[in-house]
Ligand binder design. Structure first.
Ligand code: COA
Ligand code: AMP
Length: 630
């Protein structure tokens, strides 16, 4: 069957489609039914099933005789180390850590916060939680202590699992000061912190609070897998919304297993035993779904890469890893390829490696610009598939189902809707628009299994953020169009979220930080174009009347403040002091117009603008930052 037939079979009978996909999972109690709609517009999948994620990702492969198969390859050019872990070894490590956590009182439903760099232990920690039915929440290492504290207070974890440090090019990032800082700020106090000591920077443990990872594992009785209800949260992953308060996306256990397993062959075109590599970070949804869970559930070998696309040691790193480990499908963000292209525009380093094992490449996380895709197609001679999804969905909404049928690529489009998703373009009133017209991208409810059923402790926010604007639909926050062939084009966000090097950030959150500076009366943050990162944030601050702090000092302090509060990952380095911000007569800041000015794009003067002269002031302010130059 081709894509159209499969999509049609899902549309004709979604219940049968998902029950069929569910057969690939090993259940403790098999579901009798897929969809439960008694609380619509809130939906649940496989509610009456009982299952364990870790069993499906680890133990069942060992029991099936694949214990010697490599589960995880750790390739760390930044530390100069490599390691392989078989499924059997993974099982004993995970069971031991789970046993240690259990001995510390961690049981089903407890939250565990994980703060780890790209080491295999990050996956071991996630799987150990899943083994016990504990709910993990992984926090990306590039966030500051304050962001960690916000997540600690929202998830109220009983335990924290952290490494002593992460490693960035040219510097070691000690995690302990961040953790200590966060715990000082947070109202909630976890009972125990499990610390993985790395030789690059050992942490000083706090007696009564901290335990050493290896000591915990060594003394432990291995723990068994605890079956949980199908709707039990597998994890919480915080992502940016319109305000500084991150949204805790909840991932339901059974739907997650069924959907992710389905994607490995149908979208990523790999068979069990093949090597699959997602070059992202465990702190992001790509890392959750495609570094940890999906490849392991499907019985693949996953690559945990601790390095950067360039500089560790050069722009040939990706090709070296692909050749050395025999990667069949490779997935990363377009920004990584832009970085590689800038360093190696003629693709000379590509020619040094034998990439015959590689069948296809996948891009997601931000808009894939045609220049980059065409460069990759030209230099690699492999299919390059863009696909569109979100933290909220956990897997592809729109993609190219290469394992079913590779559809023709239209550069600039992530291709077509996957089974489970009825994607529509809506006008402001929620009416479907015809092909080719630009509008809000929405998905008809219910969303498929594995997608978020709610936000952690915030059902009202969930309804408000996603369900209320277009009743009967899930609001994606993206705008775009669908062409006559059903191909989607994602053009922009409809909210204040920006995408910096594939990382989703809230400009509203950055504005809250800038506004806390003593000299700042008013501010705005916009996303401006960046050749490598796609977008970077740019701040505009208006100073309090009578402020006598030199402008350059305010700018420097604002940049430092965002780095300290949000973290280096925000890449907030552009900031200007202005007298006024352009606004509508009703007082709304014209951020979209400001972004067009900074990017040197044509724009229409908003009819409701209060004082058009301010736009010239904005252009003048961003010129010294290297913007508004065309
Ligand atoms: N811990 C601590 N700091 C971190 C970090 C981590 N895990 N990850 C990033 N940072 C820091 C970086 O060191 C950098 O700090 P600096 O301002 O002192 O230089 C800052 O955060 C920004 O990092 P990054 O976005 O990685 O930018 P970069 O300039 O170092 O590298 C790319 C640019 C394109 C090479 C890089 O962004 C990249 O590899 N992106 C891949 C995107 C990706 O994986 N996206 C996930 C979704 S698929
Ligand atoms: P995240 O939740 O971090 O995965 O970010 C999701 C957002 O990133 C989406 O809502 C889009 O705005 C953007 N995004 C992700 N993938 C793509 C893509 N393939 N094309 C365009 N935008 C994308």
């Amino acid at each position: 069957m081709g894509y159209r037939d499969i999509y049609q079979s899902w549309q004709d009978d979604p219940e049968a489609f998902w029950m069929n996909a569910a057969r690939a999972i090993d259940w403790d109690r098999a579901p009798t039914k897929a969809l439960f709609d008694d609380r619509a517009p809130l939906y649940e999948w496989f509610r009456d099933a009982r299952v364990n994620t870790c069993y499906n990702a680890v133990d069942r492969h060992v029991e099936a005789g694949h214990g010697d198969r490599v589960a995880i390859i750790h390739d760390s050019p930044i530390t100069g180390t490599k390691a392989k872990i078989t499924y059997a070894e993974l099982q004993s490590r995970v069971a031991a850590l789970a046993g240690g956590l259990k001995a510390k009182g961690i049981t089903k439903g407890d939250r565990v916060l994980i703060y780890m760099p790209m080491v295999p232990e990050a996956l071991v920690a996630m799987l150990a939680c899943a083994r016990l039915g504990a709910i993990h929440s992984v926090v990306f290492g590039g966030f500051a202590a304050n962001e960690l504290a916000v997540r600690i207070d929202d998830a109220t974890p009983k335990a924290i699992i952290a490494a002593s440090c992460g490693i960035e090019p040219g510097r070691v990032v000690p995690y302990m000061p961040l953790l200590d800082g966060a715990l000082e700020m947070a109202r909630h106090k976890p009972e125990v912190c499990v610390i993985l000591q790395r030789e690059q920077e050992r942490a000083e443990l706090t007696e009564r609070r901290d335990v050493d990872w290896h000591e915990l594992q060594e003394g432990a009785t291995p723990a068994d897998c605890v079956p949980v209800e199908g709707t039990h949260p597998a994890y919480i992953l915080y992502t940016s919304g319109t305000t500084g308060a991150p949204k805790g996306v909840v991932r339901p256990t059974a739907g997650h297993l069924v959907a992710l397993n389905w994607t490995m062959k149908n979208i990523y075109n790999v068979d069990p035993g093949d090597v699959f590599w997602a070059a992202s970070d465990v702190g992001w949804v790509v890392g959750h779904s495609y570094i940890c869970y999906a490849p392991l559930i499907h019985g693949n070998t996953t690559v945990v890469f601790e390095g950067k696309p360039v500089g560790t040691p050069d722009a040939g790193t990706f090709w070296r890893v692909i050749e050395e480990h025999g990667v069949r499908s490779f997935f990363t963000a377009p920004t990584a390829f832009r970085a590689v292209k800038r360093e190696d525009p003629d693709g000379d380093l590509i020619k040094e490696y034998d990439l015959s094992c590689l069948e296809q490449i996948y891009l997601a996380g931000e808009r894939a610009d045609p220049d980059t895709i065409e460069w990759m197609q030209d230099k690699l001679g492999k299919p390059v598939y863009d696909h569109w999804w979100q933290t909220e969905t956990g897997f592809t909404i729109v993609g190219n189902p290469a394992g079913i049928e590779a559809l023709p690529v239209k550069v600039g489009s992530p291709t077509v809707a996957m089974p489970g998703y009825d994607v529509r373009i809506l006008d402001e009133g929620g009416q479907p628009l015809p092909a080719g017209e630009l509008g809000a991208i929405a998905v008809k409810l219910p969303l498929p299994p594995g997608t978020l059923p709610t936000l952690w402790n915030a059902e009202e926010r969930f309804r408000k953020s996603y369900l209320e604007t277009f009743p009967g639909y899930y609001e994606t926050g993206d705008a775009g169009l669908i062409d006559e062939d059903g191909y989607l084009y994602v053009m922009a966000r409809t909210d204040d979220v920006i995408n910096v090097a594939g990382h989703r950030l809230s400009t509203g959150g950055m504005e809250e930080i800038l506004a806390s500076h003593r000299d700042v009366a008013e501010c705005a943050v916009i996303g401006v174009k960046d050749a490598v990162k796609g977008q970077v944030p740019m701040g505009f601050v208006c100073l309090n009347k009578g402020s006598d702090t030199p402008e350059a000092q305010v700018v420097e302090e604002c940049i430092a403040l965002v780095r300290a509060r949000l973290g280096p990952v925000a890449a907030f380095k552009l900031c200007a002091v202005v007298d006024r911000l352009p606004k509508t007569r009703s007082g709304k800041i014209l951020r979209a117009t400001m972004a067009k000015i900074a990017d040197g794009e044509e724009f229409k003067l908003p009819a409701t603008i209060d004082d058009p002269a301010i736009l010239d002031e904005i252009a003048a302010a961003v010129k010294p930052l290297g913007y508004a130059t065309t």
